[in-house]
Design a binder for this molecule. Sequence first.
Ligand code: NAD
Length: 264
Amino acid sequence: MKSNMLSGKTALVTGSTSGIGLGIARSLAEQGANIVFNGFGDAQQIEKLYTDVGTEFGVQTAYHNADMSKPLEIEAMMRFAADKFGAIDILVNNAGIQHVATVDEFPAEKWDAIIAINLTSAFHTSRLAIPGMKQKGWGRIINLASVHGLVGSAGKSAYVAAKHGLVGFTKVTALELAATGVTCNAICPGWVLTPLVQKQVDDRAARDGLSNEAAKKALLSEKQPSGEFVTPAELGALAVFFCSPAGDQVRGVAWNMDGGWAAQ
Ligand code: NAD
């Protein structure tokens, strides 16, 4: 529901050209926040995407193409956001990639990339955003971890290590900021049907000779008791709650929205 709860505030959402990041960016814009988008994709499509969000919700939007595996590019993105809007009020660390292989066959460069993008980038953006948030006396850091920040799955060593690391990083950040108006929390989704998961559906369909629909059902039935995907809009609503006054004392949680996955 549209409101002006976050008007005058600026949110930077990493990896917001697609999937969950885009859903969260839209939910924050719906509450009146200006948005700095980030992520990869076709330049024209990205320009249309952030212009359309600005027009739809009557907020200012901008985009920076920093690669979250490169600290110097992250620093440039944070300077760009500060120059454009002043300090960032809401930081959503969402960019992430996946690779599935057993430990003994896991490509070392994929391990490094997953740790850099899914974990280390959140350290760099946070260390650069926190001083401005502290100065303003208000801030929100939201880390997109995963149900894989709470439990493991075979074949996902780097991802599970990065996401468990991100949950730990969330707790420490929240504790260090506990006596300030800046909160830090993690969101732990189960399966969400985004390009990141569609690739796993496609791999499953090819491996087991299944249709797209049957492969989706197979993935869900293995892990997610609800049998339904979580949606980016639902995750966006949780991010909005963290940004609301009711979220002032929610600090250091790893909140799963996973159709019951981690309850088993
Ligand atoms: P997605 O592939 O749809 O989106 C990923 C986004 O990150 C894209 O905008 C992409 O351009 C960006 N990105 C990738 N590498 C980048 C880099 N080096 N620098 C900057 N941006 C980069 O994936 P998604 O499913 O929306 O995933 C978003 C986050 O949610 C990830 O951290 C993922 O681990 C997490 N997550 C996803 C699911 C799921 O089921 N889809 C479940 C739990 C957690």
